[in-house]
Design a protein around this ligand. Sequence first.
Ligand SMILES: NC(=O)c1ccc[n+]([C@@H]2O[C@H](COP(=O)([O-])OP(=O)(O)OC[C@H]3O[C@@H](n4cnc5c(N)ncnc54)[C@H](O)[C@@H]3O)[C@@H](O)[C@H]2O)c1
Length: 267
Amino acid sequence: MSVYDLTGRKALVTGGGRGLGEGIAQALARAGAAVVIGDIREDLGKACADALQGSGATADFVPLDITSEASWERAIPAAIGILGGLDIVVNNAGIEITSLLVDLDAEDARRMLEVNVLGTALGIKHGFRAMRPGGPAGEGGAIVNVASVAATIAFPGIAVYSATKSAVDRLTRVAAMESGKLGYGVRVNSVYPGLVPTEMGAQLAQDVATLGLFASPQAAVGAVVELTPLGRLGEVADMADAVVFLASDGARFITGAGLPVDGGMGM
Ligand SMILES: NC(=O)c1ccc[n+]([C@@H]2O[C@H](COP(=O)([O-])OP(=O)(O)OC[C@H]3O[C@@H](n4cnc5c(N)ncnc54)[C@H](O)[C@@H]3O)[C@@H](O)[C@H]2O)c1
């Protein structure tokens, strides 16, 4: 069996209702994992789980607001009940609200901090509690956090978002250290996706043009491609395959790492 094979593994993907999370759930399932999608949008999450089931995968949906402790306390036991265990947690859910710093709205900033930083931190917390020895799924595992190329470059219009993704990077490293030191048996890594034209990515291109930073959304996309040695935007599958790798035994000696999946944009 390939070291990248996930047959028998049980995964929870946050924000799996659309975009990168949906692609990550599909890629994990293709690699053999059983997958539970956790999302604040029940309509999207259920549809995605249904589609996965239709393709023959073991998949289901649990409601999850990653910013809420109570929501995690319901979602993790529900996922373990459905899957019969838990080995992989992908902290993918996140939000982006574009703004120049000079026009920053405090509520928008708080919301991004809450979802991207607190939500990811709670995902690590509850993933650890479930997967560490003595936990309800206590056989160790892997956590993969979705940061962003924005954590590694300075792109105008996304200052607070970028700060939250730098925070995800630090959370990842400290989590890996605590897990190692305390014998949790859980590897913790992150990916830094480049721009992908999901709903979030397309909206970002629109918003930076509206702010006057680029002549048009197409010009914003063109500027990103220009900065990218591999000469194209990212695709959902590019990100999803990297997450599968970090979740698999192929990455068994990798923890505390941030993997750029950005065509070289952030190097
Ligand atoms: N698209 C890009 O260009 C890009 C680039 C780098 C990083 N990322 C990161 O990838 C991740 C996914 O982005 P995407 O482009 O798929 O975004 P998206 O907006 O298309 O999808 C995000 C999903 O997360 C869910 N979600 C939002 N808030 C939630 C909450 N509080 N609890 C649970 N679920 C919640 C949404 O319902 C949605 O299904 C995000 O963390 C984003 O920051 C995206």
